[in-house]
Design a protein around this ligand. Structure first.
Ligand code: GTR
Length: 446
């Protein structure tokens, strides 16, 4: 039988290509960011309490059994990619330093390497911890990944410098691409303002952190390196459409850090607040959504793909973020470039996955790229799920003025200033943790 002769006009072929290309993640130019509130197009949000089959979720049990797994599946498949569930066999911990007289005697500093494979050649993450000396019971912990290397979070000269170690799958040739795109390492103590280690310690909390690039270097080739190839090869472009992106790998790393904390009797692993700023705020939310062992979740200026609504299309968009960072999300997320209305979920449902655990969402007034209003509306729209558990949401109808924190189990503030995490932000997080995790402050220290 003769093959049917397919004849397409150029314009038909062009239209078909336009339909197909976005789903393949082809490089189209995304629409520029809207940063004028009057230009925000109308949009509608999915109701987190209506299941895929149309039934209304009315009890916490229904949420847990039906809707929560459904939403986790949608975020895994469509947004971040699937987190592998296979347990790595060779995981082991090596305490590389311990000093009980750190920070002028206020804290015990500990450095622990979490090796993900047998021996000490494979991928690893180096955890830096400070545990307050004045607290008798194992304290709650703030756990977050850092941007600049462990040595950047405090000027303490005892912290080992983080250098970039790239581990490729055994037997594979080294890539020929230039290695010049790594975020430059920050000097010792260069991001101390963002960590406020002494303040956290004095308030009776431990702090734990690791450099995010230990897990997955933050560049297109990063998915070929360190942790991701332990599970699947393919890298950024060759992975499955729902294969995890770098945010997924980083979030996985936070759970592995928590695995370690569970073995460390100097802290209380049942009271771990997972936190992060910006891309690491997106990461903290995804980690907190998936892993219910995290007792409290904090998103600082996480923006697009974090706390901000995608369908509002303000500031950074799905198209813009996928273009700039093709390795962060699942390839499948590119289908929604300039096409946010088609998303079956929105980010308020990511926040809802944290319910009923305490959640703090924070924005900065000059950080329009991250869409402070979209972050507020998202936190507000997670409220009905918290209400299902008898917990309070942001508790206000309108976005609060700058520097006026609001909320109950879901808290929110917009701080004056730029995209950053500051002493003001930390003050709010510590107050929030005091309320929900009940730390024991050092006497004389409020
Ligand atoms: C920006 C990106 C944001 C945010 C930020 C950061 O370039 O567009 O989504 O994640 O980086 O992580 O610093």
């Amino acid at each position: 039988m003769a093959r049917p002769h397919l004849h397409l006009s150029f314009s038909t072929a062009f239209c078909i290509a336009l339909l197909i290309l976005p789903s393949l993640g082809a490089a189209v130019t995304p629409a520029p960011a809207v940063t004028d509130e009057s230009k925000v197009a109308p949009y509608s949000l999915p109701d987190p309490l209506i299941a895929g089959d149309g039934t209304r979720i009315q009890t916490p049990a229904q949420w847990r059994a039906k809707r929560r797994p459904e939403l986790l599946e949608l975020f895994s498949k469509e947004v971040y990619g699937r987190t592998p569930t296979r347990k790595l066999k060779g995981v082991h911990y090596e305490v590389t330093s311990k000093d009980a007289s750190a920070l002028g005697g206020r804290a015990t500093r500990k450095e622990v390497t979490i090796w993900f494979t047998k021996g000490n050649q494979g991928p690893r993450m180096r955890l830096l911890m400070y545990v307050p000396n004045h607290v008798k019971q194992p304290p709650p912990v703030f756990l977050g990944l850092n941007f600049g290397g462990n040595h950047a979070v405090d000027s303490d000269p005892g912290i080992a410098m983080s250098e970039l170690l790239v581990v490729f799958p055994p037997g594979e040739p080294l890539p020929t691409s230039p290695r010049g795109t790594d975020r430059p390492l920050v000097e010792r103590g260069g991001q101390a303002d963002r960590w406020q280690v002494a303040k956290v310690i004095d308030r009776g909390y431990a702090t734990a952190t690791a450099w995010y690039q230990d897990l997955c270097p933050d560049r297109v080739g990063g998915l070929d390196e360190n942790v991701a190839p332990l599970f699947a090869k393919g890298g950024t472009e060759g992975r499955a459409d729902d294969g995890w992106g770098a945010i997924g790998v980083w979030a996985w790393g936070l759970s592995r850090a928590l695995d370690y904390l569970e073995t460390d009797s100097s802290v209380d692993a049942r009271r771990v607040a997972v936190h992060g700023h910006s891309r690491l705020g997106k990461t903290a939310l995804w980690a907190g959504a998936q892993d219910e062992r995290f007792a409290l979740v904090i998103s600082n200026d996480s923006g697009c793909g974090g706390a901000a609504l995608s369908k509002r299309v303000y500031g950074e968009t799905v198209g813009l973020i996928n273009k700039a960072f093709p390795h962060w999300f699942a390839k499948r997320f590119r289908f929604y470039d300039d096409n946010e209305a088609a998303l079956p979920v929105d980010q308020h449902e990511l926040l809802a996955l944290i319910a009923p655990r305490p959640l703090y969402v924070a924005s900065a007034s000059e950080d329009q790229w991250a869409d402070p209003k979209g972050e507020f509306l998202s936190a507000q729209a997670a409220g009905p799920v918290y209400a299902l558990f008898g917990k309070s949401g942001v508790g206000v109808k309108e976005m609060p003025p700058v520097d006026k924190p609001v909320g109950g189990t879901v808290a929110y503030h917009v701080r004056t200033g730029k995209h950053d995490i500051t002493a003001y932000d930390w003050e709010q997080y510590l107050n929030f943790a005091d309320k929900h995790l009940r730390a024991r402050p050092k006497s004389g220290n409020p």
